[in-house]
Design a protein around this ligand. Structure first.
Ligand SMILES: Cc1cc2nc3c(=O)[nH]c(=O)nc-3n(C[C@H](O)[C@H](O)[C@H](O)COP(=O)(O)OP(=O)(O)OC[C@H]3O[C@@H](n4cnc5c(N)ncnc54)[C@H](O)[C@@H]3O)c2cc1C
Length: 519
């Protein structure tokens, strides 16, 4: 990945002419100087003593320890817009001192022992796609910071009888799927960051994919975990279900590297779908579409993909920049089905009849195919917009159905009030449950003199609105450092003490991802 941009440098793009003209009409011409993004900004000098680097090398081998500036630049922070803006402005202050690449659970445990002994902070690194500051550990009080790159833990062990697969945490989404496809199997976990994010990262952040309505969130797919902690190993998940006390897997899922390093993940797998079909539906208003989603979700029908854009997002049509402004009005819903031909047909007929009876207009397969085609494109468009001096960022939350109208109105108003004009606030329902849904907001605004401060002010206002509405501070992006100030509101002081107690037991000297997750 490029240190200052999203994804594969070969796929970097600029906006099509029509979209660029529209962006300039809304946000004004790009700043004269243009965005600086290509100079290799300097990383701070390595602060970790050479003899400590040598002890890490003794554990994993010289060739798997690096203090190379280019590699440290690539392991600095994640891929939120503020991460990119800081890197573009030459601020790489959070660069790790050294990148260490273990190959096994045992090597991870030995690296942690050295880290404890030398009081070095350890930041587990999967795909580096974090958007909540979870890779920017606190440095003060530590001898240095190690980026623990899990890219060599890539084993795959399939149990076709139980329909499970035990996967190395370093496998990226496409590699894991390619290995499972050899067995005719899939996890079905496809977040927008799929192409770069890792299995361990999905577990550590409780990620949710675009097809989670059908396959389930990643945490719901995990049946077993192995974890290395400074005080010993945790091996969890010996049966498909159990009543052996509280489910400790849930302590590891979402622990963001603060409790231990996930060294293997066993997931439920399914057959590769015979058929995939994604339909578009138009609704007169977002409220109508939300109401239809709720009815559908509570009807017992379970499409694989369900998402609904509000009026503004439907008009902008993030899936297809060539079609910006040509949505035809109303709100676009994507309803996708995956599985055997027979199951897809049965579900589609039943869900379509229900949606039609609720007032939806069937747009056929074309909008669904456009969404599928463009599903990984938006992050590249974010870079193109940043190049034009436009701030683009996202945030997400979730609540029960009875609170959706208020949450939508309050977060939108908070963002519109604080971003400065001109600004666009777009939203879609990204994940749907019987009891509620998540809302995913995307903003675009003319960049202020300090765009990082501009976003932090807007994000703070939106987060306060989320907390006041009683919704969650994060449905799938995790806590990191960015959401930490709102966690106590959500889980209460007793909840915070429980997290601190677990941390004290598993990581008594606090070397694991200091400053991340725990308030
Ligand atoms: C463009 C874009 C789109 C995104 N779309 C989605 C989406 O659709 N759905 C979604 O859920 N998220 C999404 N995200 C957020 C991000 O991709 C997820 O949080 C993802 O799960 C992170 O995986 P990763 O491998 O990149 O983890 P990393 O970024 O490497 O790490 C994330 C956190 O987990 C810790 N960690 C990583 N691996 C381990 C391990 N093995 N053991 C212990 N701790 C570990 C890290 O220290 C860090 O705190 C998106 C991000 C971007 C930039």
């Amino acid at each position: 990945m490029h240190p200052l941009r999203w994804g594969d440098p070969a796929r970097a793009t600029s906006l099509p002419a029509g979209a660029r003209a529209l962006v300039e009409a809304v946000f004004g011409p790009p700043p004269e100087a243009g965005a600086r993004d290509d100079g290799p900004a300097a990383v701070p000098a390595v602060g970790l003593p050479a003899d400590t680097v040598a002890v890490f090398a003794a554990v994993v081998g010289d060739e798997h320890v690096s203090t190379d500036d280019d590699l440290r630049r690539l392991r600095t922070r994640g891929k939120s817009t503020t991460d990119l803006l800081r890197a573009r402005a030459g601020d790489l202050a959070d660069a790790p001192d050294v990148v260490v690449r273990p190959a096994s659970h045992g090597e991870v445990a030995d690296v942690l022992a050295v880290a404890v002994d030398r009081h070095v902070a350890v930041v587990p690194f999967g795909g580096g796609t974090c958007v909540t500051g979870g890779l920017a550990a606190r440095r003060e009080g530590y001898a240095g910071v190690v980026s623990l790159d899990l890219g060599r833990l890539v084993d795959v062990d399939v149990d076709p009888v139980s329909m499970t697969a035990t996967l190395g945490p370093g496998l990226r989404g496409p590699d894991a799927e390619a290995r499972l496809t050899e067995h005719g199997l899939t996890i079905g976990h496809v977040p927008q960051s799929f192409e770069h994010a890792s299995i361990g990262g999905f577990a550590a952040t409780r990620s949710s994919g675009q097809a989670s309505a059908g396959y389930g969130r990643f945490d719901a797919l995990v049946v077993g975990l192995a974890v290395a902690t400074p005080t010993g190993p945790l091996t969890l998940g010996t049966a498909p279900a159990n009543a052996a006390g509280p489910d400790l897997r849930q302590l590891v899922l979402g622990s963001e590297g603060a409790f231990g390093v996930i060294t293997s993940v066993t997931v439920r797998v399914r057959p590769v779908p015979e058929v995939t079909r994604y339909d578009g539906w138009r609704w007169a208003s977002f409220a109508d579409g939300v109401s239809a989603l709720r009815t559908l979700a509570q009807s017992g029908l379970r499409p694989t993909v369900l998402r609904l854009s509000d009026e503004s997002e439907s008009a902008v049509n993030l899936a297809d920049p060539d079609a910006i402004g040509n949505s035809g009005g109303g709100c676009l819903m994507i309803v996708g089905y995956e599985g055997t031909a027979a199951r897809v047909e049965t579900e589609r007929v039943a869900a379509s009849a229900l949606l039609a009876s609720l007032g939806g207009a069937d747009l056929g397969e074309e909008p669904g195919r456009a969404w599928e085609h463009g599903r990984f494109a938006a992050p590249y468009l974010r870079d193109a917009m940043l190049d034009l001096g436009v701030l683009v960022e996202t945030l997400e939350t979730a609540t029960f159905w009875s609170g959706v109208d208020r949450l939508y109105a309050d977060v939108k108003a908070a963002l519109e009030r604080t971003l400065g004009q001109p600004a666009l606030v777009l939203c879609h329902v990204s994940h749907v449950y019987e009891t509620g849904c998540s809302l995913y907001f995307t903003v675009a605004a003319r960049q202020a003199d300090d765009p990082v401060d501009q976003w932090l002010a807007a994000k703070t206002a939106a987060s306060d609105a989320i907390a006041a509405a009683g919704a969650t501070i994060t449905h799938h992006h995790a806590i990191g450092t960015d959401h930490r100030p709102w966690l106590a509101d959500e889980i209460g002081q007793v909840g915070v003490r429980v997290l601190r107690a677990v941390k004290a037991e598993l990581d008594p000297t606090g070397v694991l991802n200091p400053g991340v997750l725990i308030p």
